[in-house]
Ligand binder design. Structure first.
Ligand code: GDP
Ligand code: MG
Length: 656
């Protein structure tokens, strides 16, 4: 219970009528007994103050003595304070009303004495504290020395020390007692002071009473505890002891560990401090701290530290600019090779081939149209028109694109892209692979939403269209209706005196397929499609997948140049070395020229449909470009905050 608690309680009782009863029944235990005595005396004193005030005055007064009582209770051999108190009690009142009890001089003299006493007290306490510190230090010193001595000697020392400690203890006790006397005295006189001064007084008193024994305990414990400890640990080899052997200071655990490691390394004879390897660091326009560390083969923490030294606070995932990165690279003693976006693109930008090198190439055809209008059926039917395959007794399609040879010796490449999304996404990725769009419209169903969509895509891409009016074998087929409806969407077919070729076909019966192929060939001749096969290959990834047995596999449509086995290439964010080329009939081939769809094996990762494939001179360059693109993609992802939101997707779809 705090003093304030005990303060408030009696006050309430004091007001309520405190004719001795409460004190007796009161707080129980030995603590209260002296209180009873005190109070009675006080009450005797109070009345002379006279008037109505005493009740309140007594209330305030009682607070102090009660709080103070315990000290006296513990020290029955010190009756002096009690006496003093008795005498001084009236004093506070005297200030206001009982001046008669004490003369002015007497009052000020006592106040003086009290102040002096307080000062002395504080000084003594300070001295005591200093003494204790010194003694403690001495003890510690002694204990340390002991540790070095033999057991016998230590025992002797111990004995002596304990005796000393005891002496100290008795001395302390005396001191504490004296302090308590002082405190009691001070207490008593404190009543003479204004109530405002009391809290501080209480505080001090508490110190006088409580702190001294505590100090004593502190003093005792370490000296004894350490002695015992020392004895107990005498035979053990502790880390601190090892440290002590080395000299005065104790070595840290980490230092110990380092030393151990060093010794371990020495004994194993291997890991000599590695020689610094100077690396050529390819530095793009922006690089993350982690990537920079990776490229220098330094620890990320070291790089961050180096950045800090240059007043740059960056986490390992943050990007720093080229200049800063160069500074850091030089600080680590590596060589810098700057790369910029333009550098990367420079390698890939392909200057136009001169006319002489150009050779005509097969058209690349994409079939588009509304669902169930017969795209797949038509692709299948067209494949069967392949003269080579016809001889072989039909082929099965292996990859998402195939090439046929017409009866006239022309070659046509068909892209089997799944729907319009692929077409647009490929276009968005910069792969404009389609030369001609075949728009399939079912004669019995006419123009439908996806038909219109396909028209818009083709127009946006600037790709010429050929309308295939399908399912003319169906009873409800109305090709004319299709033509008129297409007019509404600004697709004017030849039959309507327009320029768009239109063919009536049936994927099921095969009717009109030859005409469709003829139309395609005709259209491609109008387009004058040409490419230079004698140059590093460039193509578009039509589809890509991670094959269980073969690893990442990409179907690539070569646009120009010739792709050969062993070529090193970049495909989007991936790179690779051509391990094998597989054609649309599942046969291994050594090379693939313009407009040839081919399956490419040997990628490091799986690219995406629409990625552009570029053959580059060496692996380093391939890695560099792929890394750069990956980083850029990551940055872009960071900017957009990771995954696209639904709104973003909608916006993208609209933009597409
Ligand atoms: P896709 O969704 O555009 O690929 O259309 P499909 O090629 O899957 O064809 C949808 C349905 O139409 C299938 O059941 C085909 O058999 C049928 N079909 C496709 N072309 C023709 C055709 O020329 N004549 C008839 N009668 N049915 C066809
Ligand atoms: Mg289909």
């Amino acid at each position: 219970m705090s003093e304030t608690d005990s303060d408030s309680k009696p006050r309430g009782r004091g007001i309520g009528g405190r004719s001795g009863g409460p004190s007796r029944s009161g707080f129980g235990g030995g603590r209260t007994k002296p209180v009873v005595v005190e109070k009675k005396r006080k009450r005797v004193v109070t009345p002379p103050g006279g008037g109505a005030k005493p009740a309140a005055g007594a209330g305030t007064l009682q607070v102090k003595p009660r709080a103070q009582q315990p000290a006296q209770a513990r020290q029955p051999e010190a009756p002096k304070p009690a006496e003093q108190q008795q005498q001084q009690k009236p004093q506070p009142k005297g200030r206001g009303k009982m001046l008669g009890a004490l003369s002015e001089e007497e009052y000020s003299r006592r106040l003086e004495a009290l102040k002096q006493a307080k000062k002395d007290d504080v000084q003594r306490e300070k001295r005591e504290a200093e003494d204790a510190d010194r003694r403690r230090a001495e003890d510690a010193e002694r204990a340390r020395r002991e540790a070095e001595d033999a057991d016998l000697k230590r025992k002797e020392e111990d004995e002596r020390k304990r005796a000393e400690a005891e002496a100290v203890e008795t001395k302390r006790k005396e001191e504490a007692e004296a302090a308590q006397h002082e405190a009691a005295k001070a207490d008593a006189s404190a009543q003479a002071e204004s109530p405002d001064a009391r809290p501080a007084e209480d505080d001090r008193r508490a110190k006088g009473r409580g702190a001294a024994p505590k100090k004593q305990a502190q003093q005792e414990k370490p000296s004894r505890g350490r002695g015992g400890d020392e004895r107990r640990r005498a035979g053990k080899l502790t880390i601190s002891k090892i440290g002590a052997d080395e000299g005065g200071r104790q070595r840290s655990l980490a230092a110990m560990r380092r030393r151990q490691e060093r010794q371990h390394r020495k004994s194993s004879g291997s890991n000599e401090p590695r020689e610094k390897v100077v690396r050529a660091v390819t530095l793009p326009e922006a690089i993350t701290v982690q990537e920079l560390a990776n490229r220098m083969a330094e620890r990320v923490a070291d790089v961050i530290k180096a950045l800090m030294k240059n007043d740059i606070m960056a986490t390992q995932n943050q990007s720093i600019d080229q200049d800063t990165a160069e500074l850091i690279i030089e600080e680590f003693g590596h060589r810098v090779t700057r790369v910029s976006e333009s550098d990367v693109e420079n390698v890939l930008t392909t200057e136009d081939d001169d006319e002489g090198a150009m050779v005509s190439r097969a058209p690349v055809v994409t079939i588009m149209g509304h669902v169930d209008h017969g795209k797949t059926s038509l692709l299948d039917a067209l494949r069967k028109t392949d003269v080579v395959a016809g001889e072989a007794g039909g082929i099965t399609q292996h990859i998402g694109a195939y090439q046929i040879e017409t009866e006239g010796g022309h070659k046509v490449t068909f892209l089997d892209t799944p729907g319009h999304a692929a077409f647009t996404s490929m276009r968005a990725r910069g792969a404009q692979v389609t030369d001609i769009v075949v728009l399939v419209v079912a004669a019995d169903d006419s123009v439908m939403p996806q038909t219109i969509e396909a028209i818009n895509h083709a127009k946006a891409a600037g790709v010429p269209m050929i309308v295939a009016i399908n399912k003319i074998d169906r009873p409800g087929a109305d090709p004319q209706k299709v033509r008129t409806q297409l007019l509404q969407h600004e697709v004017v077919v030849e039959a309507m005196s327009g320029e768009v070729l239109d063919v009536e076909v049936s994927a099921i019966t095969g009717e009109g397929l030859d005409k469709l192929v003829d139309a395609i060939v005709l259209q491609s001749e109008l387009l004058e499609l040409k490419a230079n096969p004698d140059r590093p290959a460039e193509g578009a990834v039509v589809e890509a997948k991670l094959d269980v047995g073969r690893g990442p596999v990409a179907t690539v449509l070569i646009e120009r140049g010739t792709l050969r086995t062993g070529d090193i290439f970049v495909a989007g964010e991936q790179w690779g070395r051509v391990r094998a080329l597989v054609n649309d009939q599942g046969e291994r081939i050594d090379e693939a020229g313009p407009s040839v769809p081919v399956e490419v094996l040997g990628l490091q990762g799986t690219p995406e449909a629409g990625d552009v494939l570029n053959v580059v001179e060496d692996e380093g360059r391939a890695r560099e470009i792929a890394d750069y693109r990956q980083r850029k993609a990551k940055e872009k992802q960071n900017v957009t905050g990771g995954r696209a939101t639904l709104d973003q997707l909608m916006a993208q779809a609209k933009a597409g």
